[in-house]
Design a binder for this molecule. Structure first.
Ligand code: FES
Length: 131
């Protein structure tokens, strides 16, 4: 892919090249990120690296999770906002990268994304940045 970069944002290409409901994994500088376009139109960017043991996080499914609820209740929520790691199943927020597994303090790296003039742009990655 041809990611043109400056110091603050990187143009990832036209929005129509990002299919709904699937990750598109791409390299920006020395980072490998997954860009996910939800059916509601939100676009997320998250490192393709699980902070637990290094799995390719973006090979995991996106869905929801069980959210805090009353004792004896199971309440499903956050649908479309959570990626589940393909190796051990830890769940991470696509918004913040926070690990949603109780007691875990790890966080996957996320990047701000915007859509301007029909093009997807990501911030926070320099083209020459080292891992
Ligand atoms: S490597 Fe992702 S949960 Fe273990």
């Amino acid at each position: 892919m041809d990611a043109r970069a400056d110091q603050s944002t990187t143009d990832l290409g036209p929005l129509e090249e990002f299919p709904e409901g699937a990750f598109r994994v791409m390299r920006v500088g020395k980072r490998e990120i997954g860009v996910y376009r939800s059916s509601s139109g939100e676009v997320f960017a998250i490192a393709n690296f699980c902070p637990h043991r290094g799995a390719p996080l973006c090979k995991g499914p996106v869905g929801g999770t069980l959210i805090p609820s009353e004792p004896g209740e199971l309440v499903y929520g956050m649908d479309g906002d959570v990626v589940r790691c393909p190796w051990h199943g830890y769940e991470f927020s696509l918004h913040t990268g926070e690990c949603l597994f109780t007691g875990q303090r790890m966080r996957a790296k996320t990047y701000p994304v915007s859509v301007e003039d029909g093009r997807v742009r990501v911030s926070g990655i320099k083209s020459g940045e080292k891992k």
